[in-house]
Design a protein around this ligand. Structure first.
Ligand code: ZN
Ligand code: MN
Length: 492
């Protein structure tokens, strides 16, 4: 149920820069950060007579992604020219895919680890390959209104992934992008660096307003170039309210959805979307097949070969961690979102220690805490899985209680010691049962009031005995003390 008198309808178009060494149709480097206009050639700046040749690696990465997004892969796909004029597009057209994209009709499942919305399947309309345009550099720092063009980016491969308008809140949109980014990272098809523009998002958003006459759709607005997840959430929330207010004031709505489309940009400093232009119809682009490029044929067998060579994907890993190791949904999410190396680390600890839940606690709390504090990644983390597993085993066996085990953990990390070495250094040893029983007997005898309280049903009164036991021997395990004292009191 929506809190508002409308449904918020969100579809996302994501442009992903594929991680290739060279551009989509020429041999120029696609590396980010070079001096302006040092990575160009006649093909990518569109000099007459130059001929493009498709980069096979880019197509392979796109294929891998589309298959992981559960898309159908047609055997035949072709290239089209999308014609428009812009200073950063010297050819006057972008090579893209129009009516026969390389993939379509897929889906991506999203979920919320905090449980604020139900898990849900977001449809993927299509994913197609296209080349990027150049970049306009607006040099306002020098007080001049000076714009320069850098064509290094021109012709780098982009995969445009178009979702169905299946998202109903900014949170769902964020979850979709988080899951998509995670998938792309596991597939190793993009570095997904949003600051460098490797992942750029446009959001299509409108409202279905509930009225006595039924639901009424507001015109669709496209918010361009949202380059952080936080911007996207804020922009969508703002746009929903803006459209609702505008509708209340003007009762402007549309009879046929998609008839009007407006482009707006997000201004994060102002906290609002600003109008940019009325959107071109696709007819304005005068799409036509690129006569310089051959269509691409992907036999079914090749698609199946790529499918069977895919790595294990995030959703499947989460399921496996929960099913095989009994990890909670929340913890499996925390582990998987860190990437494959942490998954491998966790699994080794869990297998060796023989307790997946406890292993997950140690990895998600202590290991990640230290990594956050000290920086660095799990591959170079000092405490290797067998050493952590040894500590977890001691905890599981009840040989050391949890707060002391955390001291041991910190010592192991700081001084590169094994669990037994750290325990010895910290003077931690398991108290043997007879000594523990002797302590408990003395405590019970010395505290008649607490004994009476416990006997009358106030079991929590036992707590003060645990503290006293610790004073007599800091290694006394509170769980054992509690159990023994309760047994003694029961017999009294
Ligand atoms: Zn080039
Ligand atoms: Mn595009």
């Amino acid at each position: 149920m929506s809190d508002y008198p409308y449904d918020l309808i969100i579809g996302l178009e994501t442009h992903v820069q594929l991680q290739t060494k060279t551009k989509l149709f020429c041999r120029c480097s696609a590396k980010f950060g070079a001096d302006p206009n040092t990575q160009t050639c006649p093909v990518c700046i569109g000099l007459p007579g130059s001929l493009p040749v498709m980069n096979r690696e880019a197509f392979r990465l796109a294929l891998r992604t589309a298959i992981a997004l559960n898309c159908e892969i047609p055997e035949f796909t072709k290239w089209d020219r999308k014609n428009y004029y812009y200073p950063d597009l010297p050819k006057g057209y972008q090579i893209s895919q129009y009516d026969l994209p390389m993939s379509q009709n897929g889906w991506l499942d999203i979920h919320d680890p905090k449980g604020e919305f139900e898990p849900k399947r977001i449809g993927i309309i299509r994913a197609h390959l296209e080349e990027d345009a150049g970049k306009s550099l607006h040099d306002e720092a020098h007080g001049k209104s000076d714009t320069r063009i850098d064509l290094n980016r021109t012709g780098t491969p982009l995969l445009e992934i178009v979702s169905q308008p299946d998202m109903r809140s900014p949170k769902e949109a964020r979850a979709y992008l988080t899951e998509l980014k995670l998938l792309l990272t596991y597939l190793e098809v993009s570095d997904c660096n949003m600051q460098e523009g490797s992942l750029r998002v446009d959001a299509n958003v409108n409202l279905h307003i509930h009225t006595p006459e039924g639901k009424i759709a507001t015109p669709i607005v496209e918010i361009k170039n949202l380059n952080s997840f936080r911007f996207i959430e804020r922009a969508l929330a703002y746009e929903a309210q803006r459209q609702y207010k505008l509708w209340q004031e003007t009762k402007q709505h549309i009879k046929s959805p998609g008839a009007f489309k407006q482009t707006r940009g997000w201004d994060d400093a102002k906290g609002m979307t600003l109008t940019q232009r009325e959107k071109e119809d696709s007819a304005d682009y005068r799409y036509f097949p690129d006569p310089d490029l051959a269509p691409v044929i992907t036999p079914k067998a090749e698609t199946e070969k790529v499918r069977s060579s895919l790595c294990e994907l995030p959703a499947a890993i989460r399921q496996r961690l929960e099913g095989t190791y009994g990890v909670t949904a929340y913890d499996s999410d925390v582990i998987v979102i860190q990437g494959r190396p942490l998954v491998d680390y966790f699994e080794e600890v869990a297998k060796t220690a023989g307790d997946g839940k406890k292993a997950a606690n140690w990895v998600t709390q202590e290991v990640l805490r230290v990594l956050n504090e000290q920086g660095g990644d799990i591959q170079s983390f000092r405490l290797r899985p067998p050493a952590l597993a040894e500590l977890v085993k001691l905890v599981v066996a009840g040989d050391i209680e949890i707060t002391r085990a955390k001291e041991v953990f910190n010592d192991m990390v700081a001084n590169n010691r094994t669990a037994p070495q750290s325990m010895q250094a910290l003077g931690i040893q398991k108290v043997d049962l007879s000594e523990l029983e002797a302590i408990c007997k003395k405590l019970v005898a010395a505290n008649p009031k607490i004994v009476a309280d416990v006997k009358s049903g106030k079991v929590q009164a036992i707590g003060s005995l645990l503290g006293q036991a610790k004073k007599r021997n800091p290694n006394a395990n509170p769980n054992d003390v509690r159990r023994i004292c309760l047994e003694l009191i029961e017999k009294m």
